[in-house]
Design a protein around this ligand. Structure first.
Ligand SMILES: NC(=O)c1ccc[n+]([C@@H]2O[C@H](COP(=O)([O-])OP(=O)(O)OC[C@H]3O[C@@H](n4cnc5c(N)ncnc54)[C@H](OP(=O)(O)O)[C@@H]3O)[C@@H](O)[C@H]2O)c1
Length: 213
């Protein structure tokens, strides 16, 4: 059966997006310095060959353990689920051939027709996390279901007991504020077991299995 997982980058102080990174400031990267902070959080990925090719950023890049990590995350993913904020930020930033190449369910209050992109990604807009998960299970096949983000959607699936395991990639960066990855986790219900750790010069990738208390 498909596993449900997520894999995100998080600052050492626990934030997955800088404070100023909001849709209303998408075209003002100087607002609270959000773009520079986002790049500090994500620059490790921009050095990787797989990430560069998938986002059409050009050839070249590193081919070490982090590149392998990113490729394996991609290959195990049969379908993704994301929140509307992550989608809205990516809608204008992703290349026309969006980097998922699978169905993607966007959890949102907005009603919208499916949005197919060249290269196999189709975004489907659904009204609640339960419906998104049910539909994702129907199309995942023998691959896994990735909760792509952002924080709100990850926290809801974690607290619902629907996440099997996750990876956090931690670059040596403080953001000092922003969107906390793990706000409001119900520690009465959700526990963790430490899994694999991949340590590289740029980042540490840490895997956790989620347990139900
Ligand atoms: N560091 C990383 O690796 C990483 C990865 C992914 C994303 N991110 C960042 O995370 C940020 C977004 O995270 P976020 O927590 O602000 O937002 P989010 O989880 O992406 O989306 C939240 C939005 O989704 C919709 N939604 C959430 N729960 C819902 C429910 N139960 N029913 C219906 N609709 C629901 C609502 O939008 P509507 O009411 O408008 O429909 C809500 O405002 C972005 O800045 C993104 O770039 C970072």
């Amino acid at each position: 059966m498909s596993k449900v997982f997520f894999s995100v980058a998080v600052s050492v102080d626990g934030f997955m997006a800088p404070e100023g990174m909001k849709l209303e400031h998408a075209h003002d990267p100087a607002y609270k310095d959000w773009m520079a902070q986002w790049m500090e959080l994500q620059q490790w990925a921009f050095h990787q060959q797989f990430f560069r090719e998938n986002l059409k950023l050009g050839k070249g890049g590193e081919t070490g353990p982090t590149n392998t990590f990113l490729q394996q995350i991609f290959e195990r993913t049969g379908v993704s689920i994301m929140g509307k904020s992550m989608f809205s930020g990516g809608e204008h930033a992703w290349p026309e051939e969006a980097p998922f190449h699978t169905p993607v369910f966007v959890v949102t209050h907005e009603q919208r027709q499916p949005w197919p992109r060249p290269g196999g990604t189709t975004f489907y807009f659904v009204g609640d996390p339960e419906t998104a998960m049910r539909q994702a299970r129907e199309v995942a096949g023998d691959k896994d279901i990735r909760i792509a983000g952002g924080a709100s959607i990850i926290q809801q699936y974690l607290n619902a007991g629907l996440v099997d395991e996750f990876w956090v990639t931690v670059p040596p960066v403080f953001l000092g504020g922003g969107t906390p990855l793990f706000a409001g986790i119900d520690r009465e219900k959700i526990g963790l077991e430490l899994g694999e750790i991949i340590s590289t010069p740029r980042v540490t990738h840490v895997n956790y299995t989620v347990t139900r208390r």
